[in-house]
Design a protein around this ligand. Structure first.
Ligand SMILES: [Zn+2]
Length: 411
């Protein structure tokens, strides 16, 4: 199938006017001008008209489990209070509620142009009860050992078997030791070892709140007090070191780790991220609207960019955001960081997410050999194409995942 569009934005090389993308099976076979492609490729062609054809977006941090919680939690007075509140709300929800939330979240993602989502899954046991998601989904199993040690090996092998028997499910399995305050160093190390053995990605929350920073560095603050009250051993706190440093020095995270948030980055930790630093190749996922909801301290965008760290964008969950729309996330990022060019925000929502997954050149781009995940949008009225993309409002007109056209459902 050949798709023709007024503009093709491949994310590798410049935009192509009157362009075309050839899709063969689940893969892109060629990208070029219509005049160059049409004579060289046989087969059916579909003219999409006056649209921008581009790679589907990659949401690098999401919790689909909480799609039902839009607007349910007021802005918290402290991060510790928010954690207690969401835990209380979760206790009242049933398995069916979570299944419905995941399905609703997938629909919202694909309708708004996201074709790949990195989803933290708190309930891996729900997987066999789910319908096939309409988009490429990585299920990162959340691991917490505050109260008891999870059967991590069993969870992973069950899930890998499950997905192995369902080749029509696009995406994969990953691991997510939740955060340094809910998962022990041992659990982080085990996750890393299992991920290496099975070739899985790992993501975790680090440096999300200032309370996390004061908990670890100073042994004080609301998060410290709350976790001590529920029986967490606190010997790793109050030694002047950040959670990032503690985990790095224990080799419990590594250059392959996808770190959500990192709103807190003490200057003394920067050498870890410098070229040749132990963590230089990490990816950091910024969630601008969730960041705003929590009133976190400024995200260290300029410092991370100076350190050449791979920065991606994510929505986080609807417990701290209003939508799963990555265009809105790009617009929020542009508002906060007007000095960054619009094209770079689109990279954060496409190519950088692919790099985080170790799939650079395979996802988030339109080029021969890449997965055929494409969207077409009309775009806003901005002066240049990147502006027009970021200004896109509402649902997308058209999407293809893995070469298959996705029927868009009404909002
Ligand atoms: Zn999260």
């Amino acid at each position: 199938m050949i798709y023709r569009a007024r503009h093709v934005v491949p994310m590798v090389g410049p935009p192509i006017e009157n362009g075309a993308v050839v899709v063969a099976g689940d893969t892109i076979a060629a990208v070029g001008t219509w005049d160059g492609i049409r004579p060289a490729w046989a087969g059916e062609a579909e003219d999409l008209g006056e649209v921008i054809l581009m790679p589907g977006l990659i949401n690098a941090h999401c919790h689909l489990d909480y799609t039902g919680l839009r607007g349910a939690l007021l802005r918290p007075e402290s991060f510790a209070a928010w954690i207690q509140r969401i835990n209380a709300v979760k206790r009242d929800l049933t398995e069916d509620d979570f299944l419905a939330a995941i399905e609703k979240g997938c629909t919202e993602c694909i309708n708004t142009g996201t074709t790949t989502v990195l989803n933290i899954e708190s309930f891996p046991g729900l997987l066999p009860k789910m319908r096939r998601p309409p988009l490429r989904t990585w299920w990162f199993f959340e691991l917490i050992d505050l109260r008891q040690t999870p059967p991590a090996e069993d969870i992973v092998s069950t899930a890998m078997n499950f997905l192995g028997q369902r080749p029509e499910w696009r995406g994969g399995v990953g691991l997510s030791p939740h955060a340094p305050y809910t998962a022990s160093i041992e659990l982080f190390r085990l996750s890393r070892a299992m991920a290496r053995r099975h070739g899985l990605p790992v993501t975790t929350h680090i440096g999300e709140s200032h309370e996390e920073q004061t908990m670890f560095a100073d042994g004080a603050g609301p998060l410290f007090n709350f976790l001590r009250s529920v029986g967490r051993p606190m010997a790793d706190c109050g030694n002047g070191r950040s959670s990032l440093r503690i985990l790095a020095e224990a080799a419990a995270i590594g250059p392959e780790t996808i770190i959500a948030h990192l709103n807190e980055l003490p200057v003394e930790d920067e050498p870890l991220l410098q070229p040749h630093g132990f963590l230089h190749d990490i990816s950091v996922v910024h969630c601008p609207r969730s960041h705003r909801y929590f009133s976190h301290r400024p995200f260290p965008m300029a410092r991370l960019r100076a350190l050449e760290v791979n920065v991606c964008l994510g929505t986080d969950s609807l417990a701290s955001n209003q939508s799963l729309n990555m265009f809105e996330e790009m617009r929020a990022a542009r508002e906060i960081f007007p000095e960054i060019s619009p094209g770079e925000f689109i990279e954060m929502a496409t190519t950088n997410g692919a790099r985080a997954l170790g799939l650079a050149g395979r996802l988030g781009v339109l080029r021969a050999g890449a997965q055929a995940d494409l969207i077409a949008i009309r775009g806003g009225d901005g002066a240049n194409l990147s502006e027009r993309i970021i200004d896109h409002q509402g649902n997308v007109d058209w999407a293809v995942v893995s070469g298959v056209s996705v029927r868009m459902s009404a909002k």
